[in-house]
Design a binder for this molecule. Structure first.
Ligand code: WT7
Length: 633
């Protein structure tokens, strides 16, 4: 590997230690990449054989109805069987599957055996409420083990879970329940965050008032504060789990490889969120292979993915992949700074975390408090680090590498999306690193950077990031909207998946992801559509029209900047700005609140009436406005 890099500025390179190389699952990236490229179907079949199938597939990939690709056609499996049942048949039943710490210091551990029992019990509870294979169940919870249990219980009986992140508010939750047509909602009284209660049940009640499709609400008791319980609709988790019906026996439903596993809503270019649909077969193969190879997970590891299970990172790398691999996964409920900014480092030391995976925004946030906080703790258990969600700036990369990893732990900067199911562009532990680059595609993945006509651009030039071949972890459709799936991802360049990101490839073939090129903003790693923020604003009686843009921010990556045109009779004022922010917080959630709202008399529009956000952004940044020939102000 070393000779491939001699051509460029070696100061930029970071090499893995001998120890890392010696232990690497995949010691030679180039060889494995080439092998996968020569026969991708054989490559993926080889990975799939490592899992349990009730019936083996007839065909690895069916492209006959592209872009509606099918993987492991004819195969019968169940991801929850691979994550749980398979392990309890062996000595693994006694291994810790999950270690959890609450923000208030509560601790719970689950062996594979116990987790399986709990999942089976909840699966039987769901069945008793009439939930059947294919039915959707919405889960709106904080970071508690019961969220993992609820997800796996759905998978076990073939129900489709739709987890809605606990930071979303009532309208967002209602929209997602409505779109999925979930009859059952699983929530909790409240979640602990920064020493305060997030009133999940109260928000859920408001959402259910807006989406009458919900018949049953299961409420897990976490905070114990008083909440309203609607008779014949709301049930306590612990009451249901104590019923004789909640037996610890539950056979996994035999699922077709292509049967849906979950829907996860993510932001796109319109106000309506996209229900990204993933399936049992391909997703289990893809997530488990990527986690094992990228983070070299072994029996003795304690893996901590600090994301929220409510996002794809949590689905893939807190819940499914670690359990499939039989790894011990750690989960923490609360804020990294509660009660002091050393909380995370204290957890690493106390639990002996060996591999840690988080987002650049969290690293930047903790970096602000200085190195003294992590330096109080023994972080020598760590051997690998990971980053995801947005480009990591070299300054944060180096702090993470030096201060947290003590220069011993390579950083796996993984580029991927809700849609891709798992890591796509990522180093392996043996890959020489350049801070800020996600390096190269995972074996079996072909990516490129192309111009507007779909032609590859030369090294060093910006272009659009595309994926040139289907992969097992890919989304299968947008729930209820196959046309949107086709148009959004596969229509710009036929046969190529359009990621929506701009990127650059350097002379060494390393990929540098720059950012989104569509109307999606990444705020602290959270993905938001400008249209969602705008619809939140215009639902307030004072606002006639609104436009939202993302502006660069040192800490959050981007912040939301909004422009509002008021209805007659309303005057812009600091008070109104606060009211509007509150309104967005209440309707959509705290993550969608603009940092600043500016009141304007007009918005730049095209002659056909479309708001030109590009022009607003250029003005805000004091940059040239570009082509404004269609501008009608
Ligand atoms: C978008 C997808 C994948 C889990 C979390 C985000 C950005 C993600 C990286 C990275 C640069 C990154 C992209 C992508 N992104 N990882 N390592 N380097 N950018 O999932 O919410 O679906 O967002 O996040 O812009 O398109 P998501």
């Amino acid at each position: 590997m070393a000779e491939a890099v001699a051509t460029t500025n070696t100061q930029e390179w970071y090499y893995p230690s001998e120890e890392i190389v010696k232990n690497a699952y995949i010691p030679d990236y180039d060889a494995v990449y080439k092998k996968a490229q020569q026969d991708p179907e054989a490559f993926w079949a080889e990975q799939a054989e490592k899992l349990h199938w009730f019936r083996k597939w007839d065909k690895v990939l069916d492209s006959s109805n592209a872009p509606f690709y099918k993987w492991f056609v004819g195969g019968k499996t169940n991801i929850a069987y691979n994550a749980l049942d398979r392990h309890v048949k062996t000595a693994h039943k006694n291994k810790l599957a999950l270690i959890w710490e609450g923000e208030n210091g509560d601790q719970h551990t689950y062996s594979y055996y116990r987790l399986t029992q709990e999942v089976n019990k909840f699966a039987n509870v769901l069945k008793s409420m009439g939930v059947q294979k294919g039915d959707r169940v919405t889960i709106y919870m904080g970071r508690v083990p019961e969220l993992v249990i609820a997800m796996l219980a759905c998978a076990k009986i073939g129900a489709v879970h739709s987890v809605v992140y606990g930071g979303f508010s009532e309208q967002s939750l209602a929209d997602r329940i409505e779109d999925a047509q979930s009859r059952v909602l699983v929530t909790q009284d409240g979640a602990w965050l920064r020493g305060q209660i997030v009133e999940l049940k109260k928000i859920a009640d408001a959402a259910v008032r807006r989406s009458p499709v919900v018949e049953h609400v299961v409420v897990f008791k976490r905070t114990g504060h008083a909440v309203e319980m609607e008779p014949d609709r709301d049930y306590w988790w612990h009451d249901l789990m104590a019923l004789p019906i909640a037996s610890t026996k539950c056979e996994a439903e035999v699922m077709d490889a292509e049967d849906p596993l979950f829907i996860l809503y993510t932001s796109g270019t319109t106000g309506k969120p996209k229900g990204i649909l993933h399936t049992h077969g391909g997703y289990q193969v893809y997530t488990s292979t990527t986690l094992q190879w990228v983070f070299d997970l072994k029996e003795e590891d304690r893996w901590w993915c600090a994301a929220d299970p409510g996002w794809i990172t949590g689905h893939s790398y807190i819940v499914y992949a670690p359990l499939i691999l039989g790894v011990t996964s750690f989960m923490y409920e609360g804020a990294p700074t509660h009660p002091y900014p050393n909380r995370w480092w204290k957890l690493v030391e106390y639990y002996g975390i060996t591999v840690m995976y988080t987002a650049p925004t969290a690293i930047r946030g903790l970096m602000r408090f200085g190195a003294a906080w992590p330096n109080r703790h023994d972080l020598s258990s760590l051997r690998l680090l990971g980053s995801v969600g947005e480009p990591i700036n070299p300054e944060a990369w180096k702090w993470y590498y030096e201060v947290i990893g003590k220069g011993r732990c390579p950083i796996m900067d993984t580029w991927w999306q809700t849609e891709t199911g798992g890591f796509m562009i990522t180093p392996l532990p043996v890959t020489p690193l350049k801070p800020g680059s996600a390096t190269k595609p995972f074996p079996g993945i072909e990516v490129d950077v192309v111009d507007e006509d779909g032609h590859p651009v030369p090294p060093g030039q910006d272009g659009l990031l595309v994926i040139k071949k289907p992969w097992p972890g890919m989304l299968r459709t947008v729930y209820g909207d196959p046309e949107r799936y086709k148009n959004q991802y596969w229509s710009k360049f036929p046969g190529m998946y359009l990621a929506g990101d701009s990127a650059r490839k350097d002379e060494d073939g390393y990929i540098w992801v720059i950012g989104r090129v569509d109307d999606v903003i990444k705020v602290s790693g959270y993905r938001l559509g400008t249209a969602e923020v705008e619809s939140g604003l215009v639902s307030h009686p004072a606002v006639a029209e609104a436009a939202a843009i993302g502006l660069p921010d040192e800490l959050k990556g981007n912040i939301i900047y909004a422009y509002c045109l008021l209805r007659q009779g309303y005057e812009g004022s600091p008070q109104l700005e606060e009211q509007l922010k509150d309104h967005v917080r209440h309707e959509i959630g705290p993550i969608a609140v603009p940092a600043k709202i500016e009141f304007v008399k007009q918005l730049p529009k095209t002659r056909s009436g479309k708001i030109m956000r590009r022009v607003l952004k250029a003005r805000a940044l004091g940059q040239p406005e570009g082509d404004i020939s269609t501008l009608e102000e």
